[in-house]
Design a protein around this ligand. Structure first.
Ligand code: PEP
Ligand code: MG
Length: 585
């Protein structure tokens, strides 16, 4: 950015493209410092506590009614339970009497008293109780904020840019139902799930802006530039005009791209690339269909846990998958088996020292066979119109495929016996996202119908770099020579074996990577819904016959830097179109 020296410009990782100019909303989960001073006026302290209590109840009632509309009764019940705690006469009396007796600041007493409840829950052996202790934390913080007369800014009706230390996927999901114009976080990497969800919902995001929450106050006017990973706080007139101009151009570009909806992604010399969509949340289906996806290449099913707060039953899953398959019909729906663990949810009470290398994906499923079977049966039951495929994550060895296939076969025979209709020819695929799987691709090809390359994890495991850790973000290199050569190997081996191969990692959403991926021989990719029009426009401007030399050059490079330069040069010299003016390098 040309104005780097200006102190109101902060740099982070460009996690989801787009530009927004909106006020800041600081999303703080914890109250760090509790005021433990004694007080002189007991009456005033008690009335301040009572006021804060009333205010908290009103706020929660508002959140509850919104939650019922947006999230459904089941998830909204959480907020109702919080209101009930605020109505608990024993707790309230205890707090009031302690304020009077101990003459301590009410926020100190509230913190101390409610923390006791919390400690009890944390020490429980019930995972459910442990989880609920986080809700108690929310209640505690809400009352304390209100005692401090800080308005609890659940400003769910205004458009804001959320600024937070970090965001869990659940936070992002919740915000996605509100009017959020952008996300800025202190921590998190490009393929952290909050970033993926932001991209899917077409909301700009900049992550890894280390001191964002310290340097941004509520209601500061922010410019978020998700193309370049830039955040501008309280912009000058000049900065504001520059970005208003860019925003206007972006709207124009979006209108232009919308015209591609029903057009194919076909290169100038006639090679057709199929573009599928990744789906994380049910809300995205509309954007995906609107943007002309040719189906869903990756449905992450872990989101269902957030809907049901526990393992969903076979019936519940059948309902969800059938609804998606029917809405998409005749387009295909690729359902991925639960990728539980790692950076995603693990709804069981296990603390792993190294979750990324732990009980994750297929490993967890094979150890929890009943859960796996309930999902397989549900997927099969949803396949009756023959537009469903099933995909297994985190395969690292041959025996996992054999065991998974065996369970799938068992489920098929059960359904046949039960006279339930399903697609007996349903395609079964695996994710190629662990280096060992990449090497064994030839052997795997005989056992599966398709491969889908998961670059988010493949890069993480090949380069030994945590995908969600911004500290090592510069080492998370999608253009690392080992990555490019491995992709080349996987695609060639799969083609030789005659097994279809696609790529559903976030690399396919990087506009500059698309020519290289197409040149490596992929004939389909799966990307976030919002990216589809951009991807189409790039492919439609490509000359397939001219990419060969560029790809061969990239495969010879010894460093990421060299490949990066070649990729940038190719992109900027071939796509002098309007999308490139939003990128500053
Ligand atoms: C991947 O690893 O590239 C992928 C698509 O799966 P996820 O991001 O859900 O781990
Ligand atoms: Mg993965």
């Amino acid at each position: 950015m040309k104005s780097k020296e200006k102190s109101n410009v902060y740099k982070g990782i460009a996690a989801a493209p787009g530009i927004a100019i909106k006020p800041a909303y600081l999303f703080k989960k914890d109250i760090e410092i509790i005021n433990n001073e004694s007080i002189a006026d007991i009456e005033e302290a008690i009335s301040s506590f009572n006021e804060a209590l009333e205010k908290s109840k009103n706020e929660l009632a508002k959140v509850f009614s919104l939650a019922v509309d947006k999230l459904g009764e089941k998830r909204a019940a959480l907020f109702e339970a919080q209101i009930m705690i605020l109505d608990d006469p024993i707790l309230i009396e205890k707090i009031v009497s302690r304020i009077a007796e101990e003459k301590m600041n009410p926020e100190f007493i509230v913190n101390d008293e409610i923390s006791k409840y919390q400690d009890l829950m944390i020490s429980s052996h019930e995972p459910y109780m442990k989880e609920r202790s986080q809700d108690i934390e929310d209640i505690k913080n809400r009352i304390i904020r209100n005692i401090r007369k800080k308005k609890w800014k659940s400003r769910i009706t205004e458009e804001v840019i959320v600024v937070s230390e970090s965001l869990t996927p659940a936070d992002t999901v919740l915000f996605s139902r509100m009017k959020v114009a952008g996300y800025i976080t202190n921590f998190g990497g490009l393929t952290s799930h909050a970033a993926i969800v932001a991209r899917s919902l077409d909301v700009p995001a900049v992550v890894g802006v280390h001191d964002a929450t310290e340097n941004i106050d509520d209601d500061d006017i922010l410019i978020i530039d998700g193309f370049n990973g830039i955040v501008i706080v309280n912009p000058t007139e000049e900065q504001l005009n520059e970005y208003k101009d860019k925003l206007e151009k972006l709207h124009q570009l979006d209108k232009e791209l919308a015209k591609l909806k029903d057009k194919k992604a076909i290169t100038k010399d006639g090679k057709v690339i199929n573009i599928f969509a990744n789906l994380d949340l049910s809300e995205e289906l509309e954007i995906i269909i609107q943007n002309g996806a040719e189906g869903i290449g990756l449905m992450r099913t872990e989101q269902i846990f957030q809907e049901y707060e526990s393992f969903p039953s076979e019936e519940q899953q059948t309902k969800v998958y059938t609804e998606f398959a029917e809405k998409l019909y005749p387009l295909p729906l690729t359902i991925r088996a639960f990728d539980i663990g790692g950076d995603k949810v693990l709804p069981v009470d296990v603390q792993e020292p190294n979750p990324m290398l732990g009980w994750r994906g297929i490993r967890f499923l094979l150890d929890n066979k009943e859960l796996f079977r309930s999902q397989i049966r549900a997927v099969l039951r949803a396949s009756k119109h023959k537009n469903v495929k099933f995909m297994i994550p985190m395969i690292s060895s041959f025996s996992e495929i054999i065991r998974a296939n065996e369970i799938i076969r068992e489920c098929k025979s059960e359904l046949t016996e039960e006279k339930i209709i399903f697609d007996n020819q349903i395609e079964i695929g695996i994710m190629i996202e662990v280096p060992s799987a990449a090497l064994l691709i030839k052997d795997f090809a005989a056992e599966v119908d398709f491969f889908s390359i998961g670059t988010n994890d493949l890069i993480q495991y090949m380069l030994a770099v945590d995908r969600g850790n911004d500290i090592v973000n510069s080492q998370y290199q999608e253009f690392h020579p080992a990555i490019i050569r491995t992709l080349d190997f996987i695609i060639k081996e799969a083609n030789k074996a005659g097994t279809r191969v696609t790529l559903c990692g976030e690399m396919a959403a990087d506009f500059r990577a698309i020519p290289l991926l197409v040149g490596l021989g992929l004939d389909s990719i799966s990307v976030s819904g919002a990216v589809i029009p951009y991807a189409k426009s790039i492919i439609r401007n490509l000359d397939y016959s001219q990419i060969n030399e560029f790809v061969a050059d990239c495969l010879k490079c010894k460093t990421e830097h060299e490949i990066h330069e070649k990729v940038n040069k190719f992109y900027f010299s071939n796509f002098g179109d309007s999308s490139h003016e939003f990128y500053s390098n």
